[in-house]
Design a protein around this ligand. Structure first.
Ligand SMILES: [Zn+2]
Length: 289
């Protein structure tokens, strides 16, 4: 009886018309929306889903043929949007969850106590808080701990890296700043910004970003002289950069840069591929209006 009722309600809802076409390692799935329009149009949405708007009478094979023909374009748009999707599940700040620090994994351990403090204890990030500890409070304690250690560790890295320049660079001011998709930045006024997220990466990678930014205080642009200097003061910078890219991919910071490979030359600061403030669906330019 119950089953019949449930079945009944399900059947009254119009199910979306979903199809797929084979393409490479992963088929392209798409939803067909029937409208009064007379031509087909393919749209890729920011969540990477694909919608084909089709005339009411259009045959499934004809629709599939169009998607197959435009499959490469569809996959390109999906790849573009997927760069902006969160790649890791959001943090829950509960005991047992793993968090990174200086390239190593630590487990979060939340214990009841009067301390209201987070500290490193063996392989644990140990958080002491009253009662069960509400996740917002634990997050704040953990982030405060990260920020404190980031400041200390980055300052140490700056002193060590500065020595590589043998007096050629005046000690800049170091500031922490959350920046989209980049690890560091600099200004002509002698300020270096580091992304606090960099504290998740191995120390050797932190030194690479700091050294890269210090090189900018001598040569603004990413030209030959810039890389010449970087190679002299840090001959293994490329290995460190690759390691940082791997570490970044593991912590959801895929594709982040030390700072931009292009743009903003000579103006101070740096650019990298920034996330557009708003993403909107992309319509196949070959679709007839
Ligand atoms: Zn740079």
């Amino acid at each position: 009886m119950v089953n019949d009722l449930q079945k009944g309600t399900k059947e009254t809802k119009a199910l979306p018309e979903v199809h797929e076409v084979a393409f490479g390692a992963r088929p392209i799935r798409f939803v067909v929306k029937r409208t009064a329009r007379r031509t087909l149009a393919i749209t890729v949405k920011p969540d990477t889903s694909v919608v084909v708007t089709a005339p009411r009478g259009a045959g499934v094979e004809a629709i599939k043929a169009r998607v197959r023909k435009r499959a490469m374009w569809v996959r390109r748009q999906q790849e573009y949007f997927s760069r902006f999707l969160p790649e890791l599940p959001p943090r829950r700040y509960v005991s047992g969850e793993t968090h990174r620090y200086l390239g190593r994994q630590y487990r979060l351990k939340v214990v009841d106590g009067p301390g209201e403090v987070a500290r490193l204890r063996g392989r644990f990030i140990w958080v002491e808080t009253k009662g069960n500890g509400e996740s917002g409070r634990i997050r704040r304690l953990v982030n405060t701990w990260y920020a404190l250690h980031a400041k200390e560790r980055f300052a140490r890295s700056l002193v060590e890296c500065l020595a590589r320049f043998q007096g050629r660079v005046v000690a800049p001011e170091l500031r922490l700043r959350r920046m989209p998709k980049r690890w560091g930045s600099w200004t002509r006024r002698g300020v270096i910004y580091l992304n606090p997220e960099l504290i998740l990466a191995p120390a050797t990678c932190i030194d690479y970003v700091v050294t890269h930014e210090l090189c900018h205080l001598v040569h603004g642009a990413h030209g030959q002289v810039f890389y010449g200097l970087l190679g002299r003061v840090m001959p293994d910078w490329q290995e460190r950069k690759e390691r940082l890219e791997r570490a970044g991919a593991e912590t959801g910071a895929e594709g982040w840069r030390a700072c931009g490979a292009s743009g903003a030359e000579g103006t101070g600061g740096s650019l990298s591929r920034r996330m557009p403030s708003r993403l909107s669906a992309i319509c196949d330019p070959e679709s007839a209006r």
